[in-house]
Design a protein around this ligand. Structure first.
Ligand code: TXA
Ligand code: MG
Length: 339
Protein backbone atom coordinates (compact mmCIF):
# COMPACT_ATOMS: atom_id res chain seq x y z
CA UNK A 1 0.00 0.00 0.00
CA UNK A 2 1.34 3.41 -0.97
CA UNK A 3 0.37 6.26 1.35
CA UNK A 4 -0.78 9.60 -0.15
CA UNK A 5 0.88 12.53 1.65
CA UNK A 6 0.58 16.28 1.04
CA UNK A 7 3.43 18.80 1.24
CA UNK A 8 0.93 21.32 2.65
CA UNK A 9 0.47 19.33 5.87
CA UNK A 10 3.25 19.52 8.50
CA UNK A 11 2.15 16.16 9.94
CA UNK A 12 2.66 14.59 6.50
CA UNK A 13 6.21 15.97 6.32
CA UNK A 14 6.84 14.42 9.76
CA UNK A 15 5.32 11.13 8.57
CA UNK A 16 7.60 11.15 5.51
CA UNK A 17 10.61 11.64 7.80
CA UNK A 18 9.47 8.80 10.02
CA UNK A 19 9.05 6.39 7.07
CA UNK A 20 12.53 7.30 5.78
CA UNK A 21 14.13 6.85 9.23
CA UNK A 22 12.53 3.40 9.36
CA UNK A 23 14.16 2.37 6.06
CA UNK A 24 11.15 3.10 3.83
CA UNK A 25 10.89 4.83 0.45
CA UNK A 26 9.12 8.17 -0.07
CA UNK A 27 8.68 9.96 -3.40
CA UNK A 28 9.22 13.68 -2.84
CA UNK A 29 8.78 16.81 -4.95
CA UNK A 30 11.87 18.83 -5.88
CA UNK A 31 12.17 21.95 -8.03
CA UNK A 32 13.42 19.81 -10.95
CA UNK A 33 11.48 16.51 -10.98
CA UNK A 34 10.07 14.18 -8.31
CA UNK A 35 12.69 12.06 -6.54
CA UNK A 36 12.44 8.61 -4.97
CA UNK A 37 14.10 9.06 -1.60
CA UNK A 38 15.79 6.69 0.86
CA UNK A 39 17.99 7.39 3.89
CA UNK A 40 21.48 7.55 2.41
CA UNK A 41 23.31 5.52 5.07
CA UNK A 42 20.81 2.62 4.95
CA UNK A 43 22.05 0.10 2.33
CA UNK A 44 18.83 -1.97 2.47
CA UNK A 45 16.67 1.09 1.79
CA UNK A 46 19.00 2.10 -1.05
CA UNK A 47 18.69 -1.41 -2.53
CA UNK A 48 14.90 -1.03 -2.45
CA UNK A 49 15.17 2.17 -4.53
CA UNK A 50 16.91 0.22 -7.31
CA UNK A 51 14.29 -2.55 -7.11
CA UNK A 52 11.33 -0.12 -7.15
CA UNK A 53 12.65 1.66 -10.25
CA UNK A 54 14.03 -1.40 -12.04
CA UNK A 55 17.29 0.57 -12.20
CA UNK A 56 20.59 -1.07 -13.26
CA UNK A 57 22.92 -1.36 -10.26
CA UNK A 58 25.77 0.42 -12.08
CA UNK A 59 23.84 3.73 -12.21
CA UNK A 60 24.55 5.75 -9.04
CA UNK A 61 22.10 7.97 -7.12
CA UNK A 62 22.21 11.68 -6.28
CA UNK A 63 22.44 12.54 -2.57
CA UNK A 64 20.20 15.40 -1.41
CA UNK A 65 21.23 17.60 1.53
CA UNK A 66 19.22 20.30 3.33
CA UNK A 67 22.13 22.73 3.83
CA UNK A 68 25.53 23.48 2.33
CA UNK A 69 27.14 22.62 5.67
CA UNK A 70 25.94 19.02 5.24
CA UNK A 71 28.32 18.38 2.29
CA UNK A 72 31.04 16.82 4.52
CA UNK A 73 28.54 14.18 5.69
CA UNK A 74 28.99 12.45 2.32
CA UNK A 75 32.10 14.05 0.73
CA UNK A 76 35.63 13.23 1.82
CA UNK A 77 37.23 16.35 0.50
CA UNK A 78 35.20 18.96 -1.31
CA UNK A 79 37.24 20.43 -4.20
CA UNK A 80 38.26 24.07 -3.43
CA UNK A 81 35.72 25.51 -5.90
CA UNK A 82 32.77 23.57 -4.44
CA UNK A 83 31.81 26.06 -1.69
CA UNK A 84 31.69 28.95 -4.18
CA UNK A 85 29.47 26.97 -6.54
CA UNK A 86 27.21 25.86 -3.69
CA UNK A 87 26.96 29.40 -2.39
CA UNK A 88 26.04 30.74 -5.84
CA UNK A 89 23.63 28.00 -7.00
CA UNK A 90 22.26 26.22 -3.91
CA UNK A 91 19.60 25.59 -3.06
CA UNK A 92 19.00 24.90 -6.75
CA UNK A 93 19.24 22.58 -9.75
CA UNK A 94 22.99 21.91 -9.67
CA UNK A 95 24.49 18.53 -8.75
CA UNK A 96 28.20 18.38 -7.91
CA UNK A 97 30.24 15.20 -8.35
CA UNK A 98 32.94 15.10 -5.65
CA UNK A 99 35.14 12.53 -3.84
CA UNK A 100 32.95 10.32 -1.64
CA UNK A 101 33.28 9.53 2.02
CA UNK A 102 33.71 5.85 2.94
CA UNK A 103 30.50 5.82 4.98
CA UNK A 104 28.39 6.29 1.84
CA UNK A 105 27.14 2.81 0.87
CA UNK A 106 28.48 1.35 -2.38
CA UNK A 107 24.91 1.02 -3.60
CA UNK A 108 24.52 4.82 -3.67
CA UNK A 109 27.69 5.46 -5.68
CA UNK A 110 27.57 2.24 -7.71
CA UNK A 111 31.05 1.56 -6.37
CA UNK A 112 32.53 4.79 -7.82
CA UNK A 113 35.08 6.75 -5.75
CA UNK A 114 32.83 9.81 -6.17
CA UNK A 115 29.40 10.92 -4.95
CA UNK A 116 26.89 13.27 -6.61
CA UNK A 117 25.32 15.82 -4.24
CA UNK A 118 22.79 18.60 -4.45
CA UNK A 119 20.65 20.83 -2.23
CA UNK A 120 17.17 21.13 -3.76
CA UNK A 121 15.33 24.47 -3.97
CA UNK A 122 12.02 23.07 -2.81
CA UNK A 123 10.81 23.78 0.72
CA UNK A 124 9.00 20.45 1.08
CA UNK A 125 12.05 18.50 -0.12
CA UNK A 126 14.33 20.22 2.39
CA UNK A 127 11.72 19.85 5.17
CA UNK A 128 11.60 16.08 4.52
CA UNK A 129 15.42 15.82 4.57
CA UNK A 130 15.42 17.61 7.95
CA UNK A 131 12.59 15.41 9.24
CA UNK A 132 14.52 12.29 8.18
CA UNK A 133 17.61 13.62 9.98
CA UNK A 134 20.00 12.36 7.26
CA UNK A 135 20.78 13.21 3.64
CA UNK A 136 18.53 11.37 1.18
CA UNK A 137 19.66 9.34 -1.82
CA UNK A 138 17.10 10.01 -4.56
CA UNK A 139 17.02 9.25 -8.25
CA UNK A 140 14.11 10.54 -10.32
CA UNK A 141 10.90 8.75 -9.24
CA UNK A 142 10.09 7.13 -12.60
CA UNK A 143 10.40 3.49 -13.67
CA UNK A 144 13.82 3.07 -15.29
CA UNK A 145 13.84 4.22 -18.92
CA UNK A 146 10.72 6.38 -18.67
CA UNK A 147 10.49 10.17 -18.54
CA UNK A 148 11.10 11.71 -15.12
CA UNK A 149 7.89 12.56 -13.23
CA UNK A 150 7.00 16.24 -12.96
CA UNK A 151 3.71 15.79 -11.06
CA UNK A 152 2.58 13.49 -8.25
CA UNK A 153 0.15 11.86 -10.73
CA UNK A 154 3.13 10.72 -12.86
CA UNK A 155 4.70 9.16 -9.74
CA UNK A 156 1.46 7.35 -8.85
CA UNK A 157 1.36 6.01 -12.39
CA UNK A 158 4.88 4.56 -12.14
CA UNK A 159 5.27 3.74 -8.44
CA UNK A 160 1.89 2.85 -6.90
CA UNK A 161 2.44 -0.21 -4.71
CA UNK A 162 6.24 -0.04 -5.10
CA UNK A 163 7.00 2.71 -2.56
CA UNK A 164 5.75 3.47 0.94
CA UNK A 165 4.49 7.01 0.32
CA UNK A 166 4.17 9.73 -2.31
CA UNK A 167 4.33 13.34 -1.12
CA UNK A 168 2.35 15.62 -3.43
CA UNK A 169 3.96 19.05 -3.74
CA UNK A 170 2.31 20.10 -7.02
CA UNK A 171 4.00 20.40 -10.44
CA UNK A 172 7.79 20.85 -10.48
CA UNK A 173 9.10 24.30 -11.27
CA UNK A 174 11.82 23.34 -13.80
CA UNK A 175 10.51 20.09 -15.28
CA UNK A 176 13.97 18.74 -16.26
CA UNK A 177 16.57 17.21 -13.95
CA UNK A 178 19.47 19.11 -12.40
CA UNK A 179 22.65 20.15 -14.16
CA UNK A 180 25.43 17.69 -13.24
CA UNK A 181 28.98 19.04 -12.92
CA UNK A 182 31.95 16.75 -12.26
CA UNK A 183 34.55 18.47 -10.07
CA UNK A 184 36.93 15.51 -9.74
CA UNK A 185 39.00 16.10 -12.90
CA UNK A 186 41.51 18.86 -13.74
CA UNK A 187 38.77 20.95 -15.44
CA UNK A 188 35.11 21.00 -14.29
CA UNK A 189 33.05 18.91 -16.67
CA UNK A 190 29.37 19.20 -17.53
CA UNK A 191 27.83 15.72 -17.45
CA UNK A 192 24.17 16.73 -17.87
CA UNK A 193 22.72 20.15 -18.80
CA UNK A 194 19.86 21.49 -16.65
CA UNK A 195 18.41 24.57 -14.97
CA UNK A 196 21.84 25.98 -14.08
CA UNK A 197 23.19 26.82 -17.53
CA UNK A 198 26.66 26.42 -19.01
CA UNK A 199 27.03 30.23 -19.21
CA UNK A 200 26.16 30.59 -15.51
CA UNK A 201 28.78 27.97 -14.63
CA UNK A 202 31.40 29.59 -16.88
CA UNK A 203 30.80 32.91 -15.12
CA UNK A 204 32.03 31.28 -11.90
CA UNK A 205 34.52 28.73 -13.26
CA UNK A 206 35.98 30.22 -16.41
CA UNK A 207 36.14 27.09 -18.55
CA UNK A 208 33.80 24.12 -18.39
CA UNK A 209 34.33 20.97 -20.47
CA UNK A 210 31.25 19.33 -21.93
CA UNK A 211 31.18 15.54 -21.68
CA UNK A 212 30.71 13.94 -25.13
CA UNK A 213 27.70 12.03 -23.75
CA UNK A 214 25.79 15.35 -23.51
CA UNK A 215 25.68 15.96 -27.24
CA UNK A 216 26.07 12.54 -28.85
CA UNK A 217 25.29 8.88 -28.37
CA UNK A 218 27.49 6.83 -26.07
CA UNK A 219 29.43 4.46 -28.32
CA UNK A 220 30.19 0.82 -27.63
CA UNK A 221 33.11 0.36 -25.25
CA UNK A 222 33.11 3.98 -24.02
CA UNK A 223 31.98 4.46 -20.44
CA UNK A 224 30.51 7.89 -19.78
CA UNK A 225 31.42 9.83 -16.62
CA UNK A 226 27.71 9.84 -15.61
CA UNK A 227 26.83 6.15 -15.96
CA UNK A 228 23.14 7.04 -16.49
CA UNK A 229 23.98 8.70 -19.81
CA UNK A 230 24.49 5.33 -21.51
CA UNK A 231 20.94 4.14 -20.91
CA UNK A 232 17.98 4.76 -23.21
CA UNK A 233 15.91 7.26 -21.32
CA UNK A 234 12.97 9.62 -21.50
CA UNK A 235 11.51 7.58 -24.31
CA UNK A 236 7.99 6.52 -25.24
CA UNK A 237 7.75 3.07 -26.85
CA UNK A 238 7.53 4.46 -30.40
CA UNK A 239 10.73 5.67 -32.10
CA UNK A 240 11.28 9.45 -32.11
CA UNK A 241 12.92 11.46 -34.90
CA UNK A 242 14.00 15.05 -34.35
CA UNK A 243 13.06 17.40 -37.17
CA UNK A 244 15.88 19.82 -37.95
CA UNK A 245 14.76 22.79 -40.07
CA UNK A 246 12.05 25.43 -40.36
CA UNK A 247 8.40 24.78 -39.41
CA UNK A 248 7.18 24.91 -43.02
CA UNK A 249 9.60 22.26 -44.19
CA UNK A 250 8.91 20.12 -41.11
CA UNK A 251 5.14 20.21 -41.73
CA UNK A 252 5.52 19.36 -45.41
CA UNK A 253 7.86 16.47 -44.62
CA UNK A 254 5.66 14.94 -41.93
CA UNK A 255 2.39 15.30 -43.84
CA UNK A 256 3.94 13.55 -46.86
CA UNK A 257 5.11 10.58 -44.79
CA UNK A 258 2.35 10.30 -42.17
CA UNK A 259 0.62 6.96 -41.72
CA UNK A 260 -1.85 5.79 -39.08
CA UNK A 261 0.12 5.85 -35.80
CA UNK A 262 2.26 8.87 -36.74
CA UNK A 263 2.23 11.72 -34.20
CA UNK A 264 4.06 15.03 -33.79
CA UNK A 265 5.59 16.56 -30.67
CA UNK A 266 5.30 20.25 -31.54
CA UNK A 267 5.54 23.74 -30.05
CA UNK A 268 2.34 25.42 -28.86
CA UNK A 269 0.20 26.83 -31.67
CA UNK A 270 1.68 24.61 -34.42
CA UNK A 271 -1.02 21.92 -34.47
CA UNK A 272 -2.86 23.55 -37.38
CA UNK A 273 0.27 23.37 -39.55
CA UNK A 274 0.61 19.59 -39.15
CA UNK A 275 -3.12 18.83 -39.55
CA UNK A 276 -4.40 16.13 -40.02
CA UNK A 277 -1.44 14.46 -38.22
CA UNK A 278 -2.18 14.31 -34.46
CA UNK A 279 0.00 16.62 -32.37
CA UNK A 280 1.02 16.91 -28.73
CA UNK A 281 2.31 20.44 -27.99
CA UNK A 282 4.85 20.74 -25.17
CA UNK A 283 5.42 24.46 -24.70
CA UNK A 284 6.08 27.83 -26.34
CA UNK A 285 8.90 27.54 -28.87
CA UNK A 286 10.32 30.90 -27.76
CA UNK A 287 10.31 30.02 -24.05
CA UNK A 288 12.84 27.40 -22.93
CA UNK A 289 11.25 27.43 -19.44
CA UNK A 290 7.89 26.50 -20.94
CA UNK A 291 9.38 23.71 -23.10
CA UNK A 292 11.31 22.28 -20.13
CA UNK A 293 8.21 22.25 -17.93
CA UNK A 294 6.04 20.55 -20.56
CA UNK A 295 8.44 18.07 -22.19
CA UNK A 296 8.17 15.02 -19.93
CA UNK A 297 4.38 15.17 -19.62
CA UNK A 298 4.13 15.36 -23.42
CA UNK A 299 6.46 12.35 -23.80
CA UNK A 300 4.24 10.43 -21.36
CA UNK A 301 1.15 11.31 -23.45
CA UNK A 302 2.94 10.02 -26.55
CA UNK A 303 3.62 6.70 -24.85
CA UNK A 304 0.31 5.25 -26.08
CA UNK A 305 -0.10 1.88 -27.85
CA UNK A 306 -1.68 3.44 -30.95
CA UNK A 307 1.32 5.71 -31.54
CA UNK A 308 3.94 4.03 -33.74
CA UNK A 309 6.21 6.86 -34.90
CA UNK A 310 6.90 10.30 -33.42
CA UNK A 311 8.39 13.35 -35.15
CA UNK A 312 9.56 16.06 -32.78
CA UNK A 313 10.21 19.76 -33.11
CA UNK A 314 13.43 20.41 -31.22
CA UNK A 315 14.61 23.90 -30.19
CA UNK A 316 17.98 25.39 -31.07
CA UNK A 317 19.74 27.85 -28.78
CA UNK A 318 21.70 27.67 -25.56
CA UNK A 319 20.87 28.14 -21.88
CA UNK A 320 17.95 25.98 -20.79
CA UNK A 321 17.31 25.08 -24.46
CA UNK A 322 20.43 22.92 -24.16
CA UNK A 323 18.76 20.81 -21.43
CA UNK A 324 15.55 20.42 -23.47
CA UNK A 325 17.54 19.41 -26.56
CA UNK A 326 19.64 16.94 -24.54
CA UNK A 327 16.57 15.13 -23.14
CA UNK A 328 14.82 15.07 -26.53
CA UNK A 329 17.98 13.90 -28.32
CA UNK A 330 18.39 11.04 -25.86
CA UNK A 331 14.72 10.08 -26.17
CA UNK A 332 15.32 9.99 -29.94
CA UNK A 333 18.60 8.08 -29.66
CA UNK A 334 20.12 11.15 -31.41
CA UNK A 335 18.12 10.40 -34.60
CA UNK A 336 17.83 13.67 -36.55
CA UNK A 337 16.11 14.30 -39.89
CA UNK A 338 17.15 17.37 -41.90
CA UNK A 339 14.03 18.77 -43.55
O1 TXA B 1 17.17 16.92 -10.60
C1 TXA B 1 17.68 15.83 -10.33
O2 TXA B 1 18.90 15.64 -10.37
C2 TXA B 1 16.73 14.70 -9.89
C3 TXA B 1 16.07 15.12 -8.58
C4 TXA B 1 15.24 14.03 -7.97
O3 TXA B 1 17.06 15.56 -7.69
N1 TXA B 1 17.43 13.47 -9.77
C5 TXA B 1 17.86 12.75 -10.84
O4 TXA B 1 18.43 11.54 -10.51
O5 TXA B 1 17.74 13.13 -11.99
P1 TXA B 1 18.70 10.39 -11.58
O6 TXA B 1 19.11 9.24 -10.77
O7 TXA B 1 17.55 10.22 -12.47
O8 TXA B 1 19.94 10.88 -12.39
C6 TXA B 1 21.20 10.91 -11.76
C7 TXA B 1 22.29 10.98 -12.77
C8 TXA B 1 22.53 9.66 -13.48
O9 TXA B 1 22.80 9.92 -14.85
C9 TXA B 1 23.77 9.11 -12.78
O10 TXA B 1 24.53 8.29 -13.60
C10 TXA B 1 24.50 10.40 -12.40
O11 TXA B 1 23.48 11.28 -12.03
N2 TXA B 1 25.38 10.23 -11.25
C11 TXA B 1 25.04 9.91 -9.98
N3 TXA B 1 26.15 9.77 -9.21
C12 TXA B 1 27.20 10.02 -10.01
C13 TXA B 1 28.62 10.03 -9.81
N4 TXA B 1 29.18 9.76 -8.64
N5 TXA B 1 29.41 10.33 -10.88
C14 TXA B 1 28.85 10.61 -12.08
N6 TXA B 1 27.52 10.61 -12.33
C15 TXA B 1 26.72 10.31 -11.31
MG1 MG C 1 16.40 9.56 -13.86
Amino acid sequence: MTLALSADRPEDIRKAGEILRGGGLVAIPTETVYGLAAAVFDPAAVARVFAAKGRPADNPLIVHVAEIVDIPKVCAQAPPIAPALAKRFWPGPLTLVMPRRDNVPDGVTAGLPTVAVRCPANDAARAVIRAAGVPLAAPSANRAGFPSPTTAAHVWNDMDGRVDAILDGGPCRWGVESTILDLTGPVPRLLRPGGVTRAQLEAVLGTVEVDPAVTGPVTEGHSPRAPGMKYRHYAPHAPIYLLHGPLNAAATYVKALARPGTAVLCFNGEQERFRPVPCVPYGDGDSPESLARGLFEALRKLDAPEIRCIYARCPEGDGLYEAVRNRLSRAAGFAVIEV
